[in-house]
Design a protein around this ligand. Sequence first.
Ligand code: NAP
Length: 292
Amino acid sequence: MTLIDGKLVSSAIKEEIKKEVAGILDSGKRAPHLVAIIVGEDPASMTYVSNKEKACHAVGITSSVYKMPVETTQDELLKVVDFMNRDADIDGIIVQLPLPASIDKNVIINAIDPKKDVDGFHPESVGKMVAGMDTFLPATPYGIVKLLEYYKIETEGKHCVIVGRSNIVGTPAAILLSRKAYPGNCTVTLCHSKTPNIKELCLSADIIIAAIGKPGFITADMVRKGVVVIDVGTNRVESTETKSGYALLGDVDFENVSKVAGYITPVPGGVGPMTITGLIQNTLKAYKQANI
Ligand code: NAP
């Protein structure tokens, strides 16, 4: 079994980005700039945003966080997005999800200038991805394909079973793995909560991508020998074995599935580090498209 080390791959990609940003600064130009807008004080969102900030700083990308109170209205948020769309010193805008229930996230995502849509969630970015055009790929599916690429895992003609069809992970991963490219050329089965025979489908998979949000959902009796397992799940569960009182578990029963799999990602340290790297990569891309 080969452990797919997301920390290692993301460090290698970030090193390349760091060199490129240093070259930009040496030429007298300003650094790329990512802005994260956060509404309210959801602790998990605050942690994600702070991790994104740290990762940007580590590669020389300017990172700002614009905090708005939980009472913020949709119109107020739209005004801020509009202001940032028109600020030439901002290259990438992300609006941290989830938003308060009074705000329609689709309205906000739709308002972000597609040239600054580094999360890749805007319908224009999604449409381009489906059409196989150059665009900002959503960070987590980007991370998944980069891991497959780094480990030179064969994907052509393989059966890839994806469990979970969210707009940010499962559905875009299905599009990327079925495109006519490498990594891609898979025959993809996209499963969700209404799929009756997930076990049988997983047993016929060469590659399984689990993005469900249920700890240990994929068990050893659901996978065949040599399968490639990409575990996207990040589930906080209470634990007496950690100082913080909780542990992060994936959607895969790692202990037992790793005995059968050919390749497997751990949680943490698999897909997670790649997601932030994807965001940074997109910010640099947005900067270059606008400034170089
Ligand atoms: P989501 O929006 O909640 O979607 C979950 C998907 O799983 C849905 O399509 C749902 O089906 C499906 N599902 C739920 N229960 C199921 C069941 N019993 N059988 C089959 N399918 C089932 O979740 P998400 O945002 O994609 O996130 C999934 C997991 O990945 C979470 O643990 C999240 O924290 C993690 N995540 C990690 C990263 C990272 O960087 N590592 C990034 C994003 C997400 P329906 O569509 O039918 O409801």
